[in-house]
Structures are given as C-alpha cells and as structure tokens.
Design a protein around this ligand. Structure first.
Ligand SMILES: NC(=O)c1ccc[n+]([C@@H]2O[C@H](COP(=O)([O-])OP(=O)(O)OC[C@H]3O[C@@H](n4cnc5c(N)ncnc54)[C@H](O)[C@@H]3O)[C@@H](O)[C@H]2O)c1
Length: 248
C-alpha cells in the first residue's frame, strides 16, 4: 500500500537534485505535491514526472529567504490543496571559501537561504498544522552541520542551525501532534557537488566507508520514512545519510 495516500507535501528547492528526488519519491508513495523553487519554469521537469505518476503537482516561484514571499506562497498552497500535511525544507546553497576570504555577503546569503528559509517555511506551515493537529516537517541539513568543514564556515553554521531549530520545533509542537526531524546527507551527487575538484572528490571518497558517493534517492528514502507514519514515534532526530562517514 502507498505510504502517503491522501496526503499532500510541500517541497522547497524541488527543481533538481535532492529536492526533485524527494518530491518524486513522496508522489510515488501517493502524495500530491506543492513544488517550490526560485522560478516556476525550473519546476516543469519535476511536475511532469509527478503527473506521470498520476499525482497532482502545482508549481510556485518563491525565494525561501523572503518572509512575505513565503507567507503568501504558503497561503496560496493552503487554498489550492486545502491543507498542508508534510513540509520538506530542502532549498539550500553554498558559497564556499576560507574564513579570512569570506565576505559578509557570502555569510548572509547562505544563512538567509539555508537557515532563515527553513525558519520561515516552518513557521508558516505551523499554523495550519496546529489547526489540523497533525503534520510532519523534515529539513535537509548536512553532516557538515555536525562535524564542520574547512572552507564552509557559513554553510556549517547554517546547517548546525537547521539541526538546532529542528530539535526546538520538535519540542514546541509535539503536543499538537506535529513532528520535526532532519536528515544530514554526506556527499550526494548533484549539481551542488559537481563543482568540486577531482582532488576533493577523491579525498572524500576515501573517507566514505560504503565506498561510493550517495545518490539523491538515498536521501529521499530516509525522508520518506520521516515524512510517513512509519516514523510516528520519532521527533527531534537527525539521521545521517552519508555512507557511514559520520557515526553518532
Ligand atoms: N549534494 C550534497 O552532497 C548535499 C550534502 C548535504 C546536504 N545537501 C543539502 O541538500 C539540499 C539540496 O541540495 P542539492 O545538492 O540538491 O542542491 P542543488 O543546488 O542541486 O538544488 C538546490 C535547489 O534549491 C533551489 N534554491 C536555491 N536557493 C533557493 C531559494 N532562495 N529559494 C528557493 N529555492 C532555492 C535551487 O534553485 C535548486 O533547485 C540543500 O539544502 C543542500 O545543502 C546536499
């Protein structure tokens, strides 16, 4: 039986990479999907795959770091779907450089998209979810938010923030039957990691016990578990999806 039959999910950064894989996975399990990304046209491919699976897909252009944009988008999605069951905070960016070269803009952009964007969407859906007395939120963090990384002070801080936000939201909203969890991917093959040099990729591969880079579907499978009732007694947790790079 489909695990998400009758549910709807809102996925940010759904145009490509991990966000696309998550949206398609949740649709394949029966959910209708509200797809969000910076531009509507970028979402056409993901929407086509989902409608091909027989599920509903609606596309929304929104910058996750814009408070007014997030508020009006969530209101529109509520109107269009009549409810919000699942939120996936996936949109994220990198602006990598060493600390002494990191500009204020590098810092602000990454914190604004990765951390503030997660805060804004989580806050916006919490109202309808509280009214419904049900909901589940899954945020895509990173193992870098757990272990840090040279050249990624801004990114590491943003993802550590996402983890702390998730744990706090879980405690705050548990009494309303709303769960919040995070996944912490390791090295996943997407456009985000394509830009790394061969040298860095080779070093990373050496550090992965399962001896392969991850696929977006590896992350989507764990997100499905956290989004579904299969994880009904799990909240405030972070699950690493990293081929064993980080163990807790
Ligand atoms: N690829 C990896 O190895 C890896 C590892 C750990 C965590 N992550 C996290 O997974 C998530 C997805 O990463 P990915 O590798 O698929 O990246 P990606 O760059 O392929 O996709 C990110 C998506 O987010 C969208 N986006 C960016 N800024 C946005 C904004 N302001 N508003 C709305 N949408 C925006 C982009 O348009 C894009 O579609 C990110 O949060 C990333 O930090 C990725």
């Amino acid at each position: 039986m489909a695990h998400l039959a009758g549910k709807m999910a809102l996925v940010t950064g759904a145009a490509r990479g991990i966000g696309q894989a998550i949206a398609v996975k949740l649709a394949d399990e029966g959910a209708d999907i509200a797809l969000c990304d910076l531009q509507k046209e970028w979402l056409a491919e993901t929407a086509a795959i989902i409608t091909g699976l027989g599920r509903r897909a609606e596309c929304y252009a929104v910058d996750v770091s814009s408070a007014s944009g997030v508020q009006s988008t969530v209101q529109q999605i509520e109107k269009d779907f009549g409810k919000i069951d699942i939120l996936i905070n996936n949109a994220g960016i990198t602006r990598d450089t060493v600390l002494i070269r990191m500009s204020e803009q590098d810092w602000d952009q990454v914190l604004d998209v990765n951390l503030k964007g997660t805060f804004l969407f989580t806050k916006a859906v919490s109202r309808p979810m509280m009214k419904q007395r049900s909901g589940t939120i899954v945020s895509v963090a990173s193992i870098i938010g757990l272990i840090g990384n040279a050249g990624q002070c801004n990114y590491a801080a943003s993802k550590a923030g996402v983890i702390a936000l998730t744990k706090s939201v879980a405690k705050e909203l548990a009494s309303r039957n709303i769960r919040a969890n995070a996944v912490a991917p390791g090295f996943i093959q997407t456009k985000m990691t394509e830009k790394l040099s061969e040298d860095v990729r080779a070093k990373m591969l050496e550090a992965i016990p399962l001896a392969r880079f991850g696929d977006p579907a590896d992350v989507a499978n764990v997100v499905l578990f956290l989004a579904s009732d299969a994880s009904a007694y799990v909240t405030g947790q972070v699950i690493s999806v990293c081929g064993g790079m980080v163990t807790s």
